[in-house]
Design a protein. Structure first.
Length: 114
């Protein structure tokens, strides 16, 4: 996820889940994203390759803290585990702008020809 701070742009690896109209992130309570992303434009860049095709999706919008965090947390599948004692919160991103591309992936052939 990309966000702008007082020290310039930052990029952070995050876990996320999707609802019908937003992306949901779980972040540690003391993470700087919480202070910078709420009310500001953030982007999520997801890329993956499967069966010879590379797909990249970029979602951009304004970050916000959900009003009913417990209900939202129970309704999304955030496949992440945090050590005990680490307090986390959810951060959301409305699906305001979604862009994507797909391209054929070139497999690398080794020096031995295969």
């Amino acid at each position: 996820m990309g966000h702008q701070t007082g020290r310039g742009p930052r990029v952070v690896v995050v876990s996320y889940a999707l609802t019908d109209d937003q992306v949901v992130f779980r972040i540690p309570e003391d993470n700087e994203i919480r202070g910078y992303a709420c009310g500001r434009r953030i982007t999520l860049n997801v890329s993956w390759a499967s069966e010879g095709v590379r797909t990249e999706v970029v979602v951009a919008g304004v970050g916000f803290l959900p009003e009913h965090e417990a209900e939202l947390s129970a309704s999304v599948d955030l496949v992440d585990e945090w050590p005990s004692g680490i307090s986390t919160h959810l951060l959301c991103l409305d699906l305001a702008v979604i862009e994507g591309t797909q391209s054929a992936r070139c497999d690398v052939v080794g020096a031995d020809g295969g």
